[in-house]
Design a protein around this ligand. Structure first.
Ligand code: SF4
Ligand code: SF4
Ligand code: FES
Length: 247
């Protein structure tokens, strides 16, 4: 630790970003610490809330042999941390036409035959910031269990950290999104209410209200937004707003 920060009052700790040392407040996430140090995030930053997967980061802590991974927007700095943000992980991505497929497990294997190289080491699961059992969904992919992969990988944010740790050079997140697309397009029933809403859109139900909105001034739009009726935090499943004309 070094002297306290003048702006936050926190103790400062040294971190090393791309090998260069910065003293940053000990309570900040990596993302905020780099901004404190003067960086402006142009890539490697999106939602800032742990859901977009843009800020995958690899780091080491002193006196530890372990190479660790995490999200820069969720991981708090540690004294002596060496780190690097990986906004993009170059993973193998197969091209497919979902309309010409039928949703079988064999289609995953045909597009990603490397799934059979998985050695079951679990490094992918250990690195996943969403606590997904990545090794398990890779085993489900090997078994051809499309709905299983879709279900297990549902929370994947495509950060690529699993692939960065894989000794078998798998690109787990692309296998997973293929399974979710196959599942959604060919396995699970189509949502009836979605078809109804699409028909309402194509029939022009929302044309007039949209035109009305487009004719409003910015101030009027702000006021409309401020005065809108919000869904209560705690409510029944069948809650509808007072004006349900366009629901
Ligand atoms: S499965 Fe892989 S890409 Fe998806 S969130 Fe976990 S580590 Fe990131
Ligand atoms: S890191 Fe790679 S080889 Fe290891 S379990 Fe995960 S997918 Fe399999
Ligand atoms: S900025 Fe979106 S997950 Fe970190």
């Amino acid at each position: 630790m070094t002297e306290p920060s003048e702006t936050t009052g926190d103790l400062l700790v040294p971190i090393f970003f791309m090998g260069k040392r910065y003293n940053v407040p000990a309570s900040l996430t990596i993302q905020k610490a780099l901004e404190y140090a003067g960086y402006q995030h142009i890539r490697g930053c999106g939602c800032r809330g742990g859901v977009c997967g843009a800020c995958g980061t690899v780091y080491r802590i002193p006196d530890s042999y372990k190479l660790q991974v995490g999200l820069a927007c969720q991981t708090v700095v540690q004294s002596g941390m060496h780190l690097m943000i990986m906004p993009y992980y170059p993973g193998n991505r197969s091209i497919f036409d979902i309309e010409k497929m039928s949703g079988t497990g064999g289609e995953i294997a045909a597009l990603y035959p490397e799934i059979y190289k998985c050695i079951g080491c679990n490094a992918c699961s250990q690195g996943c910031p969403m606590d997904i059992d990545v090794m398990h969904y890779m085993a489900q992919a090997i078994r051809g269990d499309v709905p299983g992969v879709a279900e297990t990988s549902f929370d994947c944010i495509m950060c690529g950290l699993c692939a960065s740790r894989c000794p078998a050079e798998e690109v787990q997140f692309n296998v997973a999104i293929l399974a979710r697309r196959l599942n959604a397009r060919h396995r699970i029933p189509r949502a009836k209410h979605l078809e109804e809403r699409v028909k309402e859109v194509t029939d022009g139900k929302f044309e007039q209200p949209l035109r009305d909105l487009m004719s409003r001034s910015t101030e009027e739009l702000k006021e409309l937004y401020r005065s809108r009726e919000s869904e209560p935090q705690m409510t029944e499943d069948d809650w509808v707003p007072l004006n349900a004309r366009y629901v």
